[in-house]
Design a binder for this molecule. Structure first.
Ligand code: HEM
Length: 544
């Protein structure tokens, strides 16, 4: 009897550890891929690669080792970062059902926001995406231009009021954030979050802003979430988040409650207006043309495929989250480079002046085509999102063993060429957005330089020859495949409009304070020496 008990006790750990041991053995095929050193068996390079101040290490890792990078993780695990266009094409096309968001990622989003696009996986994602795709078409975007113009005018009005004297230093970060939140609030949800000049914003806008930095604090524990969700009932987990003495977790719970309550309130009001019909809808902020109103009307005729109230609430919350900081930090990056490059700033301002004079219209009357017909503005936008993507990496996990062919072989650490990657199931494969956007073999020797002029001439043949699987301008900024950014056209439009209004109204020069970039969900600006957790971007402004 004792022997049987001992045997069982010996077998249990083996059963638990077997999948991990098998994965470690399979991972050994990747051992000669170049990458940063591990700090220790327990830590790998995880602490340096994730966390608020990881940006310099991330940039070094993603830009220095070539198109495939091996990143040692905790307890001997390995992640890959891939920027080889052929391998990425195979991931996004042939293996589109194999490489999905990791479960810890979608489970986090689901726990906080409910079932939005980034919370669902596999077939459920395909169904939701099919329902949402049409409302993101350029057809609807064209109708939103007057709203974006109005919000951009509010932005320049609020900033103009803050300028006292010929040159004033302002922290514009919060105002750019409010511009993007208000733009997407009015056009996507048909709701307003109040004046762009209000000092503190609403509970909802604060909750959305605090999500990213709080998530970065909880990141090391996220891999446990799928297991917790499988093991314990949801009400118990929800109760625990409210009582455990863990400030970041409790904060996340408060964020979740606040976002859910507001989205629910907006949705119920919208449904009520829809029931009352045309007159009532026309008086709403979005005049019944906002994406949620369109979606609700589509939903009525969708029969059994109609989205539930929880689905719609999840979509609303996640759309706002995905739309706000990503776009505002891209606008901030553009203003940062323009402040350092007065020549480019003057050239852009001249193009805008010429266009308003030629057409006899002010920017407030510009439509979609008028904005896309400004080559230098377009070049500034493209070059900024190429050089400074809001996400340097995008996560995917291999759900089964796969082989990814490489377009260009890499040299292994043993000096031998590697032509394909044998990727075991369960391996994290990060899409190396930054690496691809700055790949010198694709973009040329000046790939690390912000040079909008590259977009005014024919791009080098190497760009077309690389066949980058991209949704915009051969860059990986919005990723690609069935999980690519659904709102990229809206983001680009908001950027064009904000930059046009800002550069025509103000001149920008760098602050003497040192600005650096850290991870707060997306890559966000901060001031060296400041203790603030919020994004900060001081810039010297004068009225034109
Ligand atoms: C410059 C601004 C933006 C950037 C750089 C950006 C980038 C991205 C990236 C990289 C992804 C893919 C993430 C992944 O594959 O893991 C993504 C997904 C997404 N984005 Fe954006 N985004 C921006 C603006 C927007 C806007 C304005 C909206 C909505 C109006 C939006 C809505 C979404 C949604 C809903 C997803 C999830 C798509 C899915 O899982 O099917 N984004 N975005």
């Amino acid at each position: 009897m004792l022997n049987v008990v001992l045997l069982v006790l010996a077998v249990i750990p083996l059963v638990i550890l077997f999948p991990h041991i098998r994965k470690r053995i399979k991972l050994s095929t990747l051992r000669h891929i170049p990458g940063p050193e591990s700090e220790s068996f327990w830590e790998g390079a995880a602490r340096r690669f994730h966390g608020p101040f990881c940006i310099p290490f991330r940039e070094h890792t993603l830009l220095s080792y070539g198109r495939v990078v091996k990143i040692p993780m905790r307890m001997g695990d390995l992640d890959l970062a891939v920027s080889d266009p052929v391998a990425l094409s195979v991931m996004f096309n042939t293996y589109r059902e194999v490489y999905d968001l990791p479960r810890w990622n979608s489970d986090t989003m689901r726990s906080v926001f409910g079932p939005g696009l980034t919370s669902v996986r596999g077939k459920e994602h395909i169904r939701h995406r099919k329902q949402l795709n049409p409302v993101f078409s350029v057809r609807y975007l064209r109708q939103m231009i007057p709203t974006f113009n109005r919000v951009a005018q509010e932005l320049t009005g609020v900033l103009g009021d803050k300028i006292s004297g010929p040159r004033t230093e302002l922290d514009v970060s919060q105002y750019f954030s409010r511009y993007t939140l208000e733009s997407v609030g009015r056009t996507a949800l048909g709701t307003s979050f109040g004046s762009l000049g209000a000092e503190d914003g609403t509970d909802y806008s604060r909750a959305l802003k605090e999500f990213g930095p709080t998530l970065v604090k909880l990141h090391p524990w996220r891999p446990l979430l799928p297991w917790l969700r499988r093991t314990f009932p949801l009400p118990l987990l929800q109760w625990a988040t409210g009582v455990l003495p863990w400030p970041a977790l409790r904060h996340m719970r408060a964020i979740s409650d606040s976002v859910y309550a507001t989205s629910q309130q907006v949705l119920r009001r919208k449904k009520e207006m829809l029931k009352q019909g045309g007159e009532s809808l026309a008086q709403e902020v979005g005049e019944g043309k906002d994406l949620m109103s369109v979606l609700l009307q589509q939903n009525i005729s969708s029969g059994p495929d109609a989205m539930s109230e929880d689905d719609l609430i999840g979509h609303m919350s996640l759309l706002l989250l995905a739309a706000t900081d990503t776009t505002s930090t891209s606008i901030t990056r553009a203003i940062e480079v323009l402040a350092h490059r007065p020549d480019a700033q003057a050239k852009l301002r001249q193009e805008l002046l010429d266009a308003t004079t030629r057409t006899g219209r002010t920017l407030a009357d510009f439509d979609y085509d008028a904005y896309t017909d400004l080559p230098y503005l377009e070049a500034v936008v493209r070059e900024t999102i190429r050089m400074y993507p809001s996400f340097y990496i995008s996560p995917r996990v291999a759900e089964q063993d796969t082989v990814l062919p490489l377009g260009t072989p890499i040299e292994g650490t043993d000096g031998r060429p590697i032509t394909e990657l044998v990727v075991p199931a369960g391996t994290m494969v990060w899409v190396n957005v930054l690496g691809l956007n700055r790949d010198k073999a694709i973009w040329g020797a000046d790939a690390d330089e912000w040079r909008p002029e590259r977009w005014l001439a024919q791009l080098p043949a190497s760009v077309a020859d690389a066949h980058v699987p991209s949704v915009f301008a051969n860059t990986m900024t919005f990723v690609a495949g069935n999980r690519s950014c659904i709102g990229y056209n809206m983001a680009l439009t908001e950027m064009r409009i904000a930059l046009a209004h800002l550069v025509l109204a103000f001149e920008f020069a760098p602050s003497e304070k040192e600005v650096f970039w850290r991870l707060g969900g997306v890559v966000s600006p901060a001031v060296r020496g400041s203790t603030s957790r919020k994004p900060e971007f001081p810039v010297v402004m004068s009225r034109i």
